[in-house]
Design a protein around this ligand. Sequence first.
Ligand code: ADP
Length: 462
Amino acid sequence: MLAYLLIICVAFFVVAVMLVQLVGEYLFTQRVRDEQRITLELSQHMAESLLLSDAEAMYADAVSLSEGYESRILVLDMHGVVQVDSQSQLNGQRLERREVAEIIDGAESAYGFYVDSQAGNSLFGGDGTTGLYTAAIYSSAGPIGMLAYVSDAQEVYTSMREIQNRIVIWLVVVALCVVVMSLFISRFFTKPIEALNQGILRMTKGDFSSRVNIRGNNEFAQVGRAFNMMSERLESLDRSRNQFVSNASHELKTPLSTIKILIETLIYQDPMDPGMTKEFLSNINSEIDRLNGIISDLLSLVSIDSGEMRLKREKFRLDDMVRDCARKLAPLARERGIELEETVRDAVEITADKSKLMQVVYNVIDNAIKYTPRAGSVHVDMARAGKRAVIRISDTGIGIPEEDQKHIFDRFYRVDKARSRETGGTGLGLSIVKHAAQYHKGRISLWSDKDGTEITIDFPQN
Ligand code: ADP
């Protein structure tokens, strides 16, 4: 930052010096041109009087013109001897100046500047700088003399210096403004970038609660808002991942603890009758089945989350698949004393991942059987509705309380934990169902009250 400011200051300094010089040169050249023009005009004016050697007329002209131009006017012959001096001091004297010599040597005009005190022979008086302009006076035969015009150049220098000083002051003011503005602008740019940088650094260290505070409505504020949205999302993902890990560990811990207790009893309790041993072993077996179920559910969710769920699409008859599911679950329904009936109204061919769709329908019918008391009934209905296939699974079960309905598709969510575990539930089934259905552009809706539940799933045919 300091380096930039230094560069700006140096650039300003260089520009200032150049500008001051340019302005000075311009003013000076202008002045010289003006005075050269006046000298030439006066030389032409004096030509006639000089030709007639009319000294009185020349003197009168020189005096009045020198008053008009605030200058000293001299008329010299071609030897450099003063014939007329508006200040009547140098009459008859030879003027030893370069500008005079140049005219004698044939030049039309010449000019030069003197600090009078240095020149030893003051032409204008005072200590300031004097400008001496000469121009040849011509007759038709050639040069017959010259006019010397002496002016006070000090005033030019003074006004030039004044203008230069003014320019310097303005440039210093502008440079200061530029420095202040660059500080302000760089702060405007660096502050939000710094805030974002800090936020990103905090996030890389694992702090997803990091937010940036960039006010306004410019691009930085938009990036800031996008950053905040991203960190909010990451924070909620991080939270749900932690929750998932803790829920999954808890789910796995329960059957493992049961297995451990059963095995310890088998080890330390002797003698144990064979019937009891068999029952313990079959309990261990079903706990292992449960562990297996949880692990395959967890693996399904992991593949859903990582976006790796690949659909193996094929053409198949949905009506056959629904019948198949009902057939597979019929023994379970019978065992629980539940009437399971299925009404397949249309033959529907669909292009989808058969095993995933089967998992969806199977899980929902399985839940309906699990949460319906003995002597209840489960009804599966399938029909075509336009280009969609609709499967409706209704039961006369315990129903889902209204406050739980919006959560039952969440992972590990169970209305009654004890009952769900008893029936071998993990709280993951409906969450997998929802994702698998969504992968097929399917929609799920739920209706439930104390007399039962109805879950409707509909899919596009392809
Ligand atoms: P679980 O493995 O516990 O059955 P799910 O994700 O399949 O997990 O279901 C979530 C919860 O929704 C269940 O624990 C249960 O409380 C409730 N539920 C699901 N289907 C039904 C149903 N047909 N009747 C009543 N409750 C149900």
